[in-house]
Design a protein around this ligand. Structure first.
Ligand code: MEV
Length: 325
């Protein structure tokens, strides 16, 4: 039986979250903790899924029922990815059914984008299985459609990180995906211990924008300006300025209402311990903070994050995008 293994990296938002949902640019990096997916051909007309990291074991369904009925949370992204792929390219007499197994090097609670990484892996693996050789942009488009089908909103920055890897300047829906040639970033990641609900946070920000449209639009535009500026600073390897811009971005995220005490404690602790800058990364409300610090301050920043109640997660930036293993 044919078997293919693919892997895709997790991601961290560097700058520009939330504003990116409203067509402003963001900067995102792929991290070296990966999600691995195995696809096997079945000779029965079934879709089978084992994704223990998201509490889905021994999930089975008739191929005709894919995307229909009550789909458990842990199966949704993978099942809709298969559905969208099969709507484009139907099964053949040689590929009657498929079994998928996923295993992640990182917890789905970190906010590293395990759902998007699993969708991207499905599309890449199916493309390989059917000898389609889909381009990265085709993989991005089908994966982004899948994410929107499941969660209704989102910019697709996490999908871009999983497909392309590296560090990218990104605009919603892949209107721009510009790889930035930069060094490994001296990034320190602190996990808050709380899982953020991206969809809820996005809708809270939307409510705020409905109530105070001019003010929130002003914040998005300021974030846009700082992202443009930060991109230049990053390309010039001016990490001190980049860190200062992270701090400003954190101020705007605070104004949007997505920071909280735990995140703020870790952020201030990092700055006091010598980081150039620190901010929440992603939707807010939980997940992780990121700090950029000179190498000689790394240990004190890590300790400060731990003392503030966070868990330090070791990652390297600029990881490779989706690939066949
Ligand atoms: C969530 O990690 C980042 C948001 O900007 C949502 C998105 O871009 O899809 C809040």
């Amino acid at each position: 039986m044919k078997k293919i293994i693919v892997s895709a990296p997790g991601k961290l938002m560097l700058l520009g979250e939330h504003a990116v949902v409203y067509n402003k640019p963001c900067l995102v990096t792929a991290v070296d903790q990966r999600l691995r997916l195995t696809i096997e051909v079945l000779n029965i007309q079934e879709f089978q899924l084992d994704a223990p990291d998201v509490d889905t074991v021994n999930y089975k369904k008739q191929i005709v029922g894919i995307g229909k009925g009550n789909i458990p949370k842990g199966a949704k992204f993978v099942e809709f990815a298969i559905k969208n792929f099969l709507d484009r390219t139907p099964l053949t007499p040689f590929i009657r059914g498929i079994k998928i197994t996923t295993k992640s090097e990182f917890s789905s609670r970190f906010g590293f984008g395990s759902s998007s990484a699993s969708v991207v892996c499905v599309i890449k693996a199916m493309s390989e299985l059917f000898n389609l050789n889909l381009s990265p942009k085709e993989i991005f488009d089908l994966s982004y459609k899948t994410v929107l089908d499941v969660q209704g909103a989102g910019s697709g920055f996490d999908v871009a990180a999983a497909v392309y890897g590296g560090t990218n300047y990104f605009i919603k829906g892949g209107k721009t995906i510009e790889p930035l040639t930069i060094n490994q970033l001296p990034l320190i990641v602190g996990y808050s211990g709380v899982k953020a609900d991206t969809v809820t946070l996005m809708s809270e920000v939307k409510e705020k924008a409905n109530k105070y449209p001019k003010i929130i639009e002003g914040i998005y535009s300021s974030i846009e300006e700082l992202v443009e500026f930060a991109k230049v600073k990053l390309l010039a390897n001016d990490l001190r300025s980049f860190g200062e811009l992270m701090n400003i971005n954190q101020g705007y995220l605070n104004a949007l209402g997505v920071s909280n005490n735990k995140l703020a404690d870790m952020i201030y602790a990092s700055r006091i311990a010598g980081a150039y800058g620190a901010k929440l990364s992603g939707a807010g409300g939980g997940d992780c903070i990121i700090a950029i610090a000179p190498e000689e301050k790394r240990i004190s920043v890590e300790k400060a994050i731990q003392q503030a109640g966070g868990e330090v997660i070791k990652v390297k930036t600029n990881a490779k995008g989706v690939k066949i293993e």
